[in-house]
Design a protein around this ligand. Structure first.
Ligand code: CO
Length: 134
């Protein structure tokens, strides 16, 4: 059911420092910073030939990644995102298998303007999983 790896999201305390490391040390093409107030993050996108990396920095007082950065002060992998063709069908199948969907269970429009859902990390080996309708 899941398709391509859409992105790996890495939470960082200092977005510009992280962008410099990806650009100068790793030689990656790095986007401008994009504030996403609806999601409580500022993002920088790194396009790789086969997937994307998203660098996430907290934005605003109630950022959903603030607690994660308290626990992981050096930053860390926050979630991975898999593409699905039909997000509601994928959700229903996963729920039928016992997986927990975070929030109210309804898809929200994510950082790429497409419907997304998050799945409970305890059901996926300690990894927060995002599903995005491709
Ligand atoms: Co994501």
């Amino acid at each position: 059911m899941i398709g391509r790896l859409n992105h790996v999201a890495i939470a960082v305390k200092d977005l510009q420092a992280a962008a410099r490391t990806y650009r100068d040390t790793l030689g990656a093409e790095v986007s401008e910073a994009v504030p996403q107030p609806d999601h409580g993050v500022t993002t920088i996108f790194i396009n790789l030939p086969n997937t994307k990396i998203e660098l996430l920095e907290p934005l605003g007082a109630s950022s959903p990644i603030a607690k994660f950065l308290e626990r992981n002060p050096d930053g860390g992998i926050h979630h991975i995102c898999y593409e699905v063709e039909d997000i509601k069908a994928a959700r229903d199948q996963m729920k039928a298998q016992g997986a927990r969907v975070l929030g109210d269970g309804e898809p929200k429009i994510g950082a790429h303007g497409k419907p997304v859902l998050f799945l409970h990390p305890k059901d996926f080996f300690g990894t927060l999983v995002e599903l995005e309708q491709a």
